[in-house]
Design a protein around this ligand. Structure first.
Ligand code: ADP
Ligand code: MG
Length: 762
């Protein structure tokens, strides 16, 4: 590598950096010079783009300067959410500022100090306000606020927005307007994501230093030149200068596009590498015809179901059975709304596996492992599998943190029995238990299989090669993998996040499901709706109440606040709204065992109303619950609302979904229209596409868990870009499928991939 400076650690390159700063940098994932260069501003600011209060326009995101007055903490009138509020005053007017769930702000900011505030303005008549703005104390107020004399021309930026075609004009290409590194005077100051101890100013100065380092001018670009030319992407050197210190908006946009492409391209390369490596693996071949059982009787198996399969269940089963014949391990994602019948697909294809004999053997069967995220779900699957398989002479096992079970029991052949872990392990290892259902305990407790041929993962976001290998240890053949999810995600996101998997969709619901009544409830209509809910509860139904997502950048803090709102809401409902019903709570900070207990009591109807956060227990089936109330509905993505609603669409009772908007802010017509799509859209996929068009991806699907930057998440909206990255990655990996091939031919790309992998392993 010629650019050695770039991969140097910060503490080596800048030996005078305080240890505390080094620590804070590490928290941001920054260890090397290269990491700093790839830490991008979230926006840019110039004093002339700040506004005077009298010039504010509703719904606009702006920066204002002023004095903060009347700071106080309190609770919002209706929902009792803790808050801080105050008034920002400049020479032309005042703006009311409110921070919900962040009362600590009143302690950090001193009343009467000069502040810079950035956020979205809401105007009602002559009163302007901002909800949850960023705030920062400043030492002085710039004197050219609202002065447009110095603003650069933004009009040239237009042609870069959204479009990603090779024919686009090349004003963003190499040799454009970039000045010499270091000597550039930028009108736009970069604003970086904040952390304690690392200010935007500090980062700016460090980056200027890096820019003036002699090695920076010869920085090599991992994206091959032909690809850059094809898609009019500026080179790395130019892009870094443009993203950190743009002279104009269009420069920053072109640079962001380039880095988004780079990231998606790297993800696609990794996906293609994984795919390529799988096709080199051996797998169990389960033939369509043939003397050893296998697939030929799957139809007979499914004909015993108490319902006809839906068309998409048929197609998915066939996709999987096809993959079983290919000779290398399947990697497939089965995506279908809650209630679309994924378990039946899992069972039918499992049947093909367990009715196959191991190669060269005329006894025993191949084995299936079916992993669920929680104990309750594992138990539910165990019970449905017993129903599906009770007429077949095989054993089904269950393993969770709380013990093991086996069906059939020797004493009672139509039921299951508890067995010891030692016994369980022995029977799995010698192949006697053909289908093993379990929680993560399946991996943790070192269960060994004799002929594990098929792994099914339910509702798990990601299950990597490493875990697959853990299950397969001591076995030379890699099992087929089916990952199942009810989270509807847009196509481009699926192509990126699951680019190494093939996709099957369950996009139709079994017939006979009752269509839910979905109502968007405006503030002020609460009591009417509670009256309707009371009638349903009185008739013996149960309800979920979901407390809102909270916009707070620190996930831990957000978690704590949601937890608090769950408790507060439960108390309020018990005291003021449903005093005669049993209410309990559940949230993600509870211990798994406690969650299970609550869920168990809910499913036994010992609880009437369960107040909970949005993240827990997606797949659980409590058929008697027919009402779901979602608070702060405008804060959720449509697809997520749809998924939450899915909990109450379970068959017999008429389901109701009431989406409340936050009381303290009157919803705009746009919000209402967006939410109304819930009542009209055909399925979760349609809603996820709508979500993406309206709100962007990062906002909805998070990115921490995927290790994808905001920048790339945003770019995933762009189907052309995702497809281009995929196409280019495919063509490279087709020619150079192995690590060493890639290293020889694309050393820089290889290096970036290795670095990326290291970050993920941590
Ligand atoms: P999910 O996709 O959420 O995992 P399940 O597999 O739990 O859905 O199925 C939900 C319910 O629908 C189960 O009670 C199952 O028996 C039933 N079901 C599955 N497929 C069909 C079908 N084709 N027709 C009618 N009911 C079905
Ligand atoms: Mg399920």
């Amino acid at each position: 590598m010629t650019n050695t400076f770039l991969y140097q650690e910060i503490k080596k390159a800048f030996p005078h950096t305080e240890p505390a700063k080094i620590k804070s940098l590490e928290k941001l994932g920054i260890k090397t010079i290269n990491d700093i260069l790839y830490f991008f501003p979230k926006r840019y600011e110039s004093a002339s783009s700040a506004k005077l209060i009298e010039d504010l326009v509703s719904e606009e995101s702006v920066t204002i300067y002023g004095t903060i007055e009347k700071l106080e903490t309190g609770k919002s009138f209706k929902s009792k959410i803790p808050k801080a509020e105050g008034v920002v005053v400049d020479s032309t007017g005042k703006v009311k500022v409110t921070w919900l769930h962040q009362p600590y702000i009143a302690k950090i900011i001193k009343e009467g100090s000069l502040v810079k505030v950035h956020g979205k303005v809401t105007k009602k008549g002559s009163v302007s306000s901002m909800l949850n703005p960023e705030i920062e104390m400043v030492s002085s107020i710039p004197d050219n606020i609202g002065d447009n004399l110095f603003t650069v021309d933004y009009s040239t930026g237009e042609s870069h927005r959204g479009d990603f075609s090779a024919s686009e004009d090349r004003s963003g290409a190499i040799g454009g307007s970039s000045g010499a590194a270091g000597s550039m005077q930028s009108l736009m100051t970069p604003v970086y994501p904040e952390t304690k101890g690392i200010t935007s100013k500090w980062l700016y100065h460090k980056i200027q230093k890096i820019f003036s380092h002699p090695e920076f001018s010869s920085i090599e670009d991992p994206i091959p030149e032909n690809i850059r030319t094809e898609y009019s992407l500026p080179n790395l050197h130019t892009s870094l200068i443009w993203i950190h210190t743009p002279k104009k908006d269009s420069d920053a946009q072109v640079a962001r596009k380039r880095f988004a492409f780079e990231e998606i391209f790297l993800i696609q390369l990794k996906n293609e590498q994984t795919r390529a490596s799988h096709t080199r693996e051996q797998a169990f071949v389960i033939k369509k015809e043939g003397g050893d059982g296998g697939q030929k009787s799957v139809e007979e198996f499914t004909s015993r179901f108490p319902f006809p399969l839906t068309g998409s269940q048929h197609t998915s089963i066939n996709d999987i059975l096809d993959d079983f014949t290919k000779g290398y391990p399947m990697s497939r994602l089965l995506e279908g709304d809650v209630g679309s019948g994924k378990t039946a697909v899992a069972a039918s294809t499992s049947y093909a596996v367990v009715s196959s004999k191991p190669k060269g053997q005329n006894f025993g069967t191949l084995q299936v492992a079916y992993m669920a995220p929680t104990e309750i779900l594992a138990r539910q699957h165990f019970e449905s599998f017993i129903e599906y398989f009770k007429h077949i002479p095989i054993s089904v096992g269950l393993i969770t943190g709380n013990g093991c079970r086996k069906f059939p029991s020797k004493v009672n052949p139509s039921g299951w029995t508890d067995i010891s872990r030692a016994q369980f392990s022995k029977w799995v290892k010698n192949g006697e238990i053909a289908i093993v259902i379990g929680t993560h305990a399946l991996i943790q407790k070192s269960i060994e299989f004799k002929h594990l041929a098929y792994v099914i993962i339910d509702e798990q976001h990601r299950f990597g090669t490493a875990q697959r290998q853990k299950l397969t240890k001591k076995q030379t053949v890699m099992p087929h993998l089916l990952s199942m999810t009810a989270t509807p995600i847009p196509r481009t996101l699926a192509l990126t996040l699951y680019g190494d998997l093939d996709l099957s969709l369950l996009d139709e619901m079994p017939s006979g499901r009752k269509k839910p009544v979905t109502e968007i409830v405006l503030p002020g209509k609460r009591d009417e709706v509670y009256e309707k809910i009371r009638a349903e509860l009185h008739a013996g139904r149960q309800a979920y109440v979901i407390c809102p997502r909270i916009d707070e950048p620190d996930p831990d803090k957000a978690e704590t606040m949601i937890m608090k709102s769950v408790k507060v809401e439960a108390a309020r409902l018990q005291k003021d709204v449903f005093p005669n019903y049993r209410i309990d709570i559940m949230h993600s900070k509870m211990k798994p065992a406690d969650k299970e207990k609550v869920m168990d009591r809910f499913s036994k109807h010992e609880i009437d109303i369960l107040v909970s956060t949005s993240v827990v227990e997606v797949g659980v089936n409590v058929p008697n619950s027919s009402i779901i109330i979602i608070e702060g509905g405008e804060r959720f993505g449509l697809a997520q609302l749809h998924q939450l609603r899915g909990r109450v669409i379970r068959g017999n009772h008429q389901p109701y979904c009431y989406v409340f908007t936050t009381d303290s802010s009157k919803p705009t017509d746009k919000t209402i229209d967006r939410l109304k799509a819930l009542a009209t859209a055909k399925n979760g996929f349609e809603l996820s596409e709508l979500d993406m068009a309206q709100r962007g991806t990062g906002d909805l699907y998070g990115n921490k868990q995927w290790g994808i930057s905001d920048l790339a998440m945003d770019a995933i909206k762009n189907l052309k870009m995702v497809e281009a990255a995929r196409k280019e990655a495919k063509s490279i990996i087709v020619s150079y499928p192995t690590e060493s091939d890639l290293e020889k031919n694309y050393p820089l790309l290889h290096k970036r991939l290795v670095l990326k992998r290291e970050v993920h392993m941590e």
